[in-house]
Design a binder for this molecule. Structure first.
Ligand code: ZN
Length: 596
């Protein structure tokens, strides 16, 4: 059970008869959104080594398998699911026959590596190395370079392919919990207190870049034609969800691909309420129009319908004058509308920030103590999060930590809402919605870090903001379930530069500092050297739109053998829980003192 006692109406899509969605009068053009930026990945990889193999064309089976893998890489909807990758990689392995053996296995190795970069599952990297070794044996000239690059990236010595593969033993599908190779991570030498600048900014090896690039499933001309919205195939509007409480509503519109939208606000007239209309173009609605009555203080109803051959119009009938925010998220593409944001933000900010002496208006709100803490265990269900070399899964570790943290916070007298209490999948936007609906005072999202470099270790705490730090952007992309770092959409940028939002970021940063300090202090006491990687900011979707100070904690690196072992231990989980709880107690204490 989540959001104890809160009213969460998770309204499933009701498919009703199509309704005409005509906005009377001239709608006032307000703003035009843009489709989420496409990442420019793979542009510099025109020279494909697979084309360097003889003039003999690949067999139809190999061509088909290559196209299948390319389709998975290119589709945000498909690449989120492991089984799609597995199917394409298996098809490549099956195509490894006769003269195609080397090239097919090399492509399978590249595909497995690309999956690894997306999944942060150690077994995928091991499998990529094995495939590269087989490809090399079958005579694929680039296979050895691929294997060496994968090992260099991990921080392992580049070694001849055959030897290298023998060293990495665990099977990819079911990583053995037992030690399958000698532990090469000695107790770490006492590290410097913080991370040297640029340490995590390693540029990607061109050989690996090629493995990650979209394979040329589409001829270049066709690909170029994809980009302009006018000639693009329409996006499909697949689902409309809403989460609602008396003072807050979040609506999510799910799409098959990014699409441009236009936002129009129409003041209340004699025969209709105030309306917010979103025109998505080019887009088609999957199924008939939808109409849903929503009984809350902010919204009468939500409608979605085909409006002309290539426009989908989503209309929200609003009750009052509440402000709203509209922004896009990628991977999978969706449009989020938050209603009731102003009121809540004012509250969160006055509550969390020191007030000037003598200020007495809203004194009641300012004095309201920090009472309800939202604890979010990352990932869950089919989304395992990262998986370490010994098979420890992020989703299990963070759930165990979240439960310990909840118990500890309750023992301090806080109310706690867990976004999940079991192994279930929750969308990122749903987690934020749960936090807002529960009227949380603080939001803490728990994760474990992962990176291709096996020697990386330590604790990091994040608050929400844009960042130029490439490492932080890559990490956020992984936690956001995105294939690659994307440009910040302008609508999200606007939200982040908003003045109130900045004030709230100040409180989040304060909380992040306390959390970081407490976790590193406690773990150092009992675990020896633990790297303090500091407080940072990045664009984590799970924090976006949270109406309370919010942080995301990377509690240790599951990709590091020593830290993976710690993360799996109840003692370490308790240390982290105790550290976060202490930080919350201190933060709450600071707020109260400042307010009086
Ligand atoms: Zn995570």
């Amino acid at each position: 059970m989540r959001a104890s006692g809160q009213r969460i109406w998770f309204v499933s899509v009701a498919l009703l008869a199509a309704v005409a969605l005509l906005l009377p009068g001239e709608a006032e053009g307000k703003a035009a959104g843009k489709p989420a930026a496409r990442s420019p990945k793979g542009t510099a990889t025109a020279t494909r080594s697979r084309d360097a193999t003889p003039a003999r064309p690949a067999s139809p089976a190999l061509q088909k398998a290559r196209a299948e893998l390319a389709a998975v890489k290119q589709s945000p909807a498909r690449r989120r699911y492991r089984h799609n990758w597995e199917k394409a990689i298996k098809a490549l392995e099956r195509a490894a026959r006769g003269p195609d053996t080397g090239p097919a296995l090399l492509d399978a190795a590249r595909g497995r590596y690309a999956l690894y970069r997306f999944s942060a599952v150690e077994g995928d990297r091991v499998a990529a190395l094995k495939l590269a070794a087989r490809a090399s044996k079958a005579g694929a000239p680039q296979a050895a370079a691929l294997a060496a690059a994968i090992q260099r990236e991990a921080g392992d010595e580049p070694a001849p392919v055959a030897r290298a593969v023998r060293r990495t033993a665990p099977a990819p599908a079911a990583p053995s919990p037992r030690r399958a190779e000698p532990p090469h991570v000695a107790p770490q030498a006492a590290p410097p207190p913080s991370v040297a600048a640029g340490e995590d900014d390693d540029p990607l090896d061109p050989v690996l870049e090629e493995a990650l690039a979209d394979a040329p499933a589409l001829p270049a001309a066709e690909k170029a034609a994809e980009t302009p919205a006018s000639t693009a195939s329409p996006a499909h509007v697949t689902e409309v969800h809403s989460w609602t409480s008396p003072d807050y509503t979040r609506v999510a519109v799910y799409l098959s691909q990014p699409v441009a939208f236009e936002k129009r606000e129409l003041p209340a007239g004699p025969d209709h309420p105030r309306r917010l209309a979103l025109d998505l173009h080019p887009a088609v609605l999957d199924g008939p129009g939808t109409e849903r009555k929503v009984s809350d203080a902010l919204l009468h109803r939500i409608r979605a319908a085909q409006h002309g051959p290539d426009t989908v119009r989503v209309v929200l009938d609003l009750k009052g004058t509440e402000a709203f925010q509209v922004f896009t998220l990628g991977d999978p593409p969706r449009l989020i509308v938050d209603l009731g944001i102003e009121e809540a933000r004012r509250e969160a900010v006055t509550r969390a920030l020191p007030r000037p002496a003598g200020a007495d208006e809203d004194a009641e709100a300012a004095d309201r103590p920090i009472r309800r803490i939202i604890v979010d265990a990352g990932h869950g269900g089919h989304d395992t999060g990262a998986i370490g070399p010994r098979g420890v899964r992020e989703k299990d570790v963070v759930l165990a930590m979240a439960k310990r943290l909840a118990a500890k916070l309750r023992s301090h007298g806080f109310e706690v809402t867990l976004t999940r209490t079991d192994d279930r999948y929750l969308k990122l936007e749903e987690r934020t919605a749960i936090a807002n609906l529960a009227r949380g005072d603080l939001f803490v999202s728990l994760h474990t870090n992962a990176t291709p470099r096996r020697d990386r270790s330590g604790v990091e705490t994040y608050f929400l903001n844009v960042t130029d730090d490439r490492y932080a952007r890559r990490l956020a992309a992984r936690e956001n379930g995105a294939m690659d770092v994307e440009e910040t959409p302008p609508d999200v940028q606007r939200i982040l530069t908003d003045l109130d939002s900045k004030a709230s970021a100040g409180a989040s940063r304060t909380l992040a500092r306390l959390v970081q300090k407490e976790i590193t202090a406690r773990t150092r006491q009992s675990q020896g050297p633990v790297r303090d990687r500091g407080v940072k900011s990045a664009l984590f979707y799970v924090l976006l739109g949270a109406r309370m100070p919010a942080v995301l904690v990377e509690t240790a690196f599951i990709s590091n053998r020593a830290e993976e072992q710690r993360l799996a231990s109840p003692a370490y989980q308790q240390l982290v829980a105790d550290g976060v709880a202490r930080a919350v107690v201190d933060f709450a204490g600071q707020g109260r003192v400042a307010a009086r």
